[in-house]
Structure formats: structure tokens, C-alpha cells
Design a protein around this ligand. Structure first.
Ligand SMILES: Nc1ncnc2c1ncn2[C@@H]1O[C@H](COP(=O)(O)OP(=O)(O)O)[C@@H](O)[C@H]1O
Ligand SMILES: [Mg+2]
Length: 260
């Protein structure tokens, strides 16, 4: 396999301004798969939401019909996180968002929610210098932080300033308001977040969104660790939407796997 290609969302003339060593790899050959997975996720989420709303009504004992949004109005928010730095959460969130923007009529906003160690700002030429941090500090509105990467389809919000203590920011009422605004404006809201181990804000963030996609690093993430983190997440009422086994090496020809 050759060197991974760069994500082709930067105009040719602008490439010189981007530091190539900071570019995440392009998993374009997997876009079909990503898109199918995302679509299935969306359907599952819609089902879950309907079930939740029905349960709520039954619990209350109210005979009224639950208020279910129209299909076109349903938006989702999903968090991507690995276990440790380097597992591939930023790569997956970027490729997933881009696959969605390319393959669907809906809009997606990708947010660098890793306020401790942001990397996604290196992927785009951005008009807006401010990002999530600034909005959560009350120093910027949504219009000051959103970068339009593909017209009407793909939007990006950088982390803005880096911070070692992002927990209070995600706990704040400002975060709730911002998330609500984003969900009203875009069909899919994707957060790239800090690794699950040692960064409690990811659990907090996942709890406030529709759920989490965990990135496991094949041959590195130990299953005992994954299992224990999964239990903790479920204990914290986080919906685990799925897991991606990243960097899986196929040591024998792929066709042979079918017979195993
Ligand atoms: N499946 C993959 N194939 C090749 N390179 C990958 C893959 N996943 C991640 N990488 C590379 O590994 C590095 C770390 O990935 P990154 O997405 O930044 O991890 P994380 O966000 O979990 O810390 C990046 O340079 C990225 O391009
Ligand atoms: Mg990352």
C-alpha cells in the first residue's frame, strides 16, 4: 500500500500554506463503508429516539402522542474518541465527516473538541481564528467560529485556544446552548474528542450528545481496558454507538479471510 493520499479539500494554490507533516491520512477507499455505517447509525438513533420518547410518555401515563420531529429535522451529535493519543480518533472523525458531506444531501459540522491537544486546525485553511474555546468562554458567537469548507455541506469549528482544564467548559450552560444551536443549523454534528483514558471531559461530552464511537487501535488497545472503559461509560449513561478497529493489519491476503 502506498503513502496515504491527502484529503483533497484544500485548493491547490493553498497547499503551500499547510504544514504537510501535520496532515492526517485520507481513508478515501473506505468512504463507502463509512457512509453506510453512518447511515445505519442515523437509522438506529432515530429508532432509539422514538423508543425513548414513547417510554417517556408511557411513564408519565399521558395519552398524548409523543412529539416526534419530522425526518428532515432530525439532527444527530456524535463523539469520536480513542483510548490513547494516536489511536486515530481525529483521522476517523475527519474522514467520517468528509464521507458524509460527499455522499449525502445533508450538512455536517466537524468540531475539534479536543481542547487539550487539537490537531484538526492543521487540515484546513480557515477564515475564522476563533473556535470552540472562545465560544464557550462567551467571547464568540456561532457565526464567528464556523468555517465553511464545502459550500452548504461541510463546516468546521476549530478548538480555538488550547486549555488544560476543559471540563468546566463542557459542563457550562454555554455548551448546552451552543450544541442546541449547532443541531438546529446542521444535520450532523461530529466532535473529535480527547482520548478516553485520563480525560474525563470526553465522557461528559459523550453524555451530552447522542453517543460515542470508540476507536480501538488493533494490537495496542487491550481488551480488558476496553471492557472496563465501556462499563464506566455505560455507568455514566453514555450511549456507545459503535467501535472502529483501526490500524488492523491483514497479514495474509484478504480473500483468504473469507474462508477462516
Ligand atoms: N488507519 C490509519 N492508517 C494510516 N495512518 C493512520 C490511520 N489512523 C491514524 N493514522 C495516522 O496516525 C496519526 C495519529 O492519528 P490521530 O487521528 O491524530 O490520532 P488521535 O486523534 O487518536 O490521537 C496521524 O498521523 C494519522 O494520519
Ligand atoms: Mg486527536
Amino acid at each position: 500500500m502506498g503513502r496515504p493520499r491527502k484529503i483533497p479539500i484544500i485548493e491547490e494554490k493553498e497547499i503551500a500554506e499547510i504544514d504537510e507533516s501535520l496532515q492526517l491520512c485520507n481513508l478515501r477507499n473506505m468512504y463507502d463503508h463509512f457512509f453506510k455505517t453512518l447511515w445505519k447509525l442515523k437509522m438506529d438513533l432515530d429508532e432509539m429516539k422514538k423508543r425513548d420518547e414513547k417510554e417517556l410518555v408511557t411513564k408519565k401515563g399521558v395519552g398524548r402522542k409523543p412529539k416526534i420531529k419530522k425526518e428532515t429535522q432530525i439532527s444527530h451529535s456524535i463523539v469520536f474518541s480513542g483510548f490513547r493519543r494516536g489511536d486515530g480518533a481525529s483521522t476517523m472523525s475527519l474522514n467520517f465527516s468528509y464521507a458524509f458531506a460527499e455522499n449525502s444531501a445533508n450538512s455536517v459540522v466537524l468540531i475539534d473538541g479536543n481542547l487539550r491537544d487539537p490537531v484538526l486546525q492543521n487540515q484546513f485553511i480557515m477564515k475564522r481564528k476563533k473556535g470552540l474555546y472562545d465560544a464557550l468562554q462567551g467571547n464568540a458567537g456561532i457565526q464567528d467560529i464556523v468555517n465553511e469548507i464545502i459550500s452548504k455541506k461541510f463546516f468546521f469549528i476549530s478548538a480555538g485556544q488550547q486549555t488544560k482544564n476543559p471540563i468546566t467548559l463542557f459542563e457550562s450552560a454555554k455548551f448546552e446552548v451552543l450544541l442546541k444551536q449547532l443541531k438546529e443549523k446542521y444535520d450532523l454534528v461530529i466532535f473529535d474528542s480527547a482520548p478516553l483514558l485520563g480525560n474525563p471531559e470526553t465522557t461528559l461530552l459523550a453524555n451530552k450528545t447522542d453517543g460515542l464511537i470508540m476507536i480501538l487501535n488493533a494490537d495496542v488497545t487491550r481488551w480488558e481496558v476496553a471492557k472496563s472503559v465501556k462499563n464506566d461509560l455505560e455507568g455514566a449513561n453514555v450511549r456507545i454507538l459503535g467501535a472502529i478497529l483501526n490500524r488492523k493489519q491483514f497479514i495474509i491476503p484478504q480473500a483468504i479471510y473469507k474462508f477462516l
